[in-house]
Ligand binder design. Structure first.
Ligand SMILES: NC(=O)c1ccc[n+]([C@@H]2O[C@H](COP(=O)([O-])OP(=O)(O)OC[C@H]3O[C@@H](n4cnc5c(N)ncnc54)[C@H](OP(=O)(O)O)[C@@H]3O)[C@@H](O)[C@H]2O)c1
Length: 301
């Protein structure tokens, strides 16, 4: 079985590469952005023609959340046109497309201790476990909007797809919050981290394992559609930083601050915990809590 991975040098792409040796039955084709530019339809079709993949994992994306506010056309090209090109190409080659999306398609928030997922309609969450796949997306920034447009382009063009929404991805690879915290701690005596945005960290290696599990599952095509995946439980960015330093034995003066004290070009959701009931029951998976997965990742550093 041939599985083609786009964006192979990104965090998730490298995480998939790191576990690929465990699956000799899968013939992985890892494509960097120079091997396969997802914004170029002809390039996509030429590469697919060469490898004839049964599955394509789209790990390519424009992920610079703040920069996207000043580069909306580039973000749209990579996050919306790119998935559309892949969907058209997958249809032509009858390839199942596994696309990665984000919790930033939502803009949920708290009021009086209740989480609501929509600022205009003020609808409370349907599930006690977080945002579900059927909650109405409502992105607040360019990144989230273009990722939602990418999901919609896939849905409009090719039914054989899985869209996996994930959150707060980190790993031993690339740039991410965990590595930034450890770097800053080596440079400073104190740090202030936002404590009023609640979500769940996701170890990219756990996500990579779930993607393989989906590929190996026997319940396609009835399972095509949108799924949430992150590690279990929830925390704030401050809690996440605190746990990184606790597990690493780093001593630092860590201060919790409100979002208002750390203005950024892009607005972030105040609440983005994802309900994983659907992915757990459909693919029979158990998910580690975020502290356990953080520990596994820190051991790899
Ligand atoms: N990181 C997070 O916290 C987070 C949270 C939720 C969801 N996600 C989603 O998870 C997925 C993986 O994210 P990640 O953290 O692994 O991202 P990443 O580390 O930023 O990697 C993205 C990769 O996409 C490649 N790329 C950019 N433009 C491309 C193009 N036109 N054609 C082909 N490849 C292109 C980049 O290659 P170059 O370096 O060569 O440009 C890079 O290797 C993305 O869909 C992202 O939206 C991420």
């Amino acid at each position: 079985m041939v599985v083609l991975v786009t964006g192979a040098n990104g965090q998730l792409g490298q995480a998939i590469q790191s576990i690929s040796g465990k699956y000799p039955e899968i013939d992985f084709v890892f494509c960097s952005s120079s091997d396969l530019d997802i914004t170029n339809l002809e390039n996509c079709q030429a590469v697919f023609s060469n490898y004839q993949p049964q599955f394509c994992i789209n790990a390519a994306a424009y992920t610079a959340v703040d920069k996207a506010e000043s580069e909306p056309a580039k973000a749209f090209d990579i996050n919306a046109n790119g998935p559309e090109n892949l969907a058209i190409t997958c249809k032509k080659f009858n390839t199942i497309l596994i696309h990665i999306s984000t919790d930033f398609v939502f803009d949920a928030y708290f009021s009086d201790g209740i989480a609501y997922y929509d600022r205009e309609l003020r609808l409370p969450l349907k599930s006690d476990f977080g945002l579900t796949e059927t909650d109405v997306p409502f992105p607040s920034g360019v990144y989230g909007l273009t990722k939602l447009q990418g999901e919609q382009a896939i849905q409009a063009n090719w039914e054989k797809h899985f869209i996996i929404r994930t959150s707060w991805v980190y790993s031993q690879f690339g740039n991410n919050f965990m590595k930034t915290m450890l770097r800053l701690a080596s440079e400073r005596d104190s740090l202030s981290v936002v404590a009023d945005q609640i979500g769940t960290p996701t170890n990219a290696v756990d996500l990579a394992e779930v993607l393989i599990k989906i590929i190996q599952s026997s319940n396609h095509p009835s399972s095509f559609g949108i799924y949430n995946f992150s590690n279990e439980r929830q925390c704030s960015w401050y809690d996440f930083a605190n746990e990184i330093f606790r597990q690493k034995g780093v001593s630092i003066d860590l201060k919790p601050i409100p979002t208002s004290a750390y203005p950024t070009p892009a607005k972030r959701p105040a609440y983005s915990v994802l309900d994983k009931t659907k992915i757990k029951s459909t693919f029979d998976i158990k998910i580690n809590d975020w502290q356990t997965s953080l520990s596994a990742c820190l051991k790899q550093l």
